[in-house]
Design a protein around this ligand. Structure first.
Ligand SMILES: O=C(O)Cc1cc(O)ccc1O
Ligand SMILES: [Fe+2]
Length: 440
């Protein structure tokens, strides 16, 4: 692989101290210091801080850019229309009902906020957006001052150009663009996906506890781009869109922001292919909690309680004996937003479509639909492939999320009959039932 556009190169590892130079400028990284009086090739040094300076070492994050011009050389920010991107959580009256949205939704380009909670100003909260797009961002980039984006493409691959280099991300891959990292997206047709935004925390790999040193998402499968720069003047103006305190702003500059010739640090964008997830599950009996499928977690300050977990339901074997194998019926102290990248979700063979979404709010009952319950209560329990050809996922959050007006009304894709999937559930109670006697 040689070309950067068709097949970008990557550095492997999660949160490593990486360093990268565009091969056109060998020696661009200063040796032995970050801020030489004059940088190699006449570059400017600029630090991007992803944590407070004084964070303990395991959570201390920053990267150093060596760039043709520093980011500060831009015209003032002016406000622009937010479209359907919002951080207003009281547009609609709270509603604990199960919510399901169908997949097809013809919308303009941009981010459409479905639900969320919390506040960018106090740096604690999340929001969940959908994006639909059929044109690339030309001479335009995005900078999220509010938080980190975990992007889940569902239809169409995206080429993400960042200050660190380029990443091609296709459905069943995810990428994370952390707070303040400028990026621009090229698409190759109709493109759609989900975005989980977290304010005030970064994603980490979950602890493995008794699993041991290996398993789930392994660090080496996370890929960070290699340095790539363009020295491009843009006479008509290059637009930097800044999301700041939930609102969009635009500023103009006369050069491409992707002018980083070399960089080093541990604060980078990255991508991950979900097929690399090493799936663990029960091999005896009972249904394990879905936390065993956690790819990434954004921890809160309460031990074990996530601001948001990114959880997947990948293809795997189901082997549990004398067990109702699908997800159990559930009321949760967390909020569960589910999406579908491809195939069918195991608890609902019908209805839930790729590109759709469901929200089971805090303590709102949910679980397998009537057909799933009947089928799996009598199915012979032989080893069986589960979720073959499918990839569902969940954003699980300790925040009690509000649904936006766009999510409930504007998109016009709310499935008002969702609750009906549980109506066929009927009583099986038999007061004369007795345990089977074992006769010898
Ligand atoms: O379908 C869901 O709502 C998600 C889910 C999956 C699972 O395996 C167990 C519990 C749970 O909430
Ligand atoms: Fe649940």
């Amino acid at each position: 692989c040689t070309g950067f556009i068709s097949c970008p190169d990557y550095l492997s590892g999660f949160g490593n101290e990486f360093s990268s130079e565009d091969p056109r400028c060998p020696g661009a990284l200063p040796k032995g210091q970050n801020s030489p009086q004059v940088c190699p090739y006449g570059l400017y040094a600029e630090q991007l801080s992803g944590s407070a300076f004084t964070c303990p070492r395991p959570t201390n994050k920053r990267s150093w850019f060596y760039r043709i011009l520093p980011s500060v050389r831009h015209k003032p920010y002016t406000t622009v229309d937010n479209g359907n991107l919002t951080e207003t959580w009281d547009e609609m009256h709270p509603d604990p009902n199960q919510v399901e949205r169908d997949g097809e939704c013809v919308c303009l380009c941009g981010l459409h906020t479905i639900c969320g909670a919390g506040d960018t100003k106090t740096r604690n909260g999340i929001s969940i957006h959908m994006f639909t797009c059929n044109t690339s961002m030309i001479d335009r980039c995005f900078n999220n001052s509010d938080g980190d984006f975990l992007i889940v493409p569902q239809q169409g691959k995206i080429l993400v150009t960042t200050e660190f280099g380029k990443m091609m991300v296709e459905p069943k891959e995810i990428c994370v663009i952390q707070q303040g990292m400028r990026f621009s997206v090229d698409v190759f047709g109709d493109t759609r996906g989900y975005v989980l935004e977290v304010y005030g925390a970064h994603f980490e790999l979950p602890d493995l506890g008794p699993i041991g040193a290996n398993g789930l998402a392994n660090p080496r499968d996370f890929l960070t781009p290699v340095a790539w720069y363009e020295d491009r003047e843009v006479a008509n103006g290059y637009t930097v869109i800044n999301k700041y305190q939930g609102k969009l702003f635009s500023s103009q500059q006369d050069f491409s922001p992707f002018n980083v010739v070399a960089w080093h640090g541990n604060y980078t964008p990255y991508k991950y292919h979900l097929s690399n997830f090493m799936v663990m599950n029960c091999v005896a009996f009972d249904h394990a909690d879905p936390s065993i499928f956690t790819v990434l977690t954004a921890k809160s300050t309460r031990p074990g309680v996530a601001i948001a977990d990114f959880v997947i339901f990948p293809p795997r074997w189901g082997v549990a004996d004398h067990t109702f194998r699908p997800p159990y019926y559930h009321r949760n102290c967390m909020s569960e937003f589910m999406g579908l990248i491809e195939g069918h979700y195991e608890a609902k063979e019908e209805g839930f479509q790729p590109g759709g979404g469901s929200l089971h709010s805090m303590m709102t009952p949910h679980g397998p639909d009537g057909a799933c319950f009947e089928k799996n209560s009598t199915a012979p329990l032989k080893p069986e492939r589960v979720a073959e050809g499918t990839m569902a996922f969940m954003f699980e959050s300790s925040f009690s999320m509000a649904v936006t007006k766009w999510g409930l009304e504007t998109c016009q894709k709310l499935d008002k009959s969702y609750y009906k999937c549980w109506e066929p559930l009927r009583k099986h109670f038999d007061p004369n039932w007795r345990p089977k006697r074992i006769t010898t």
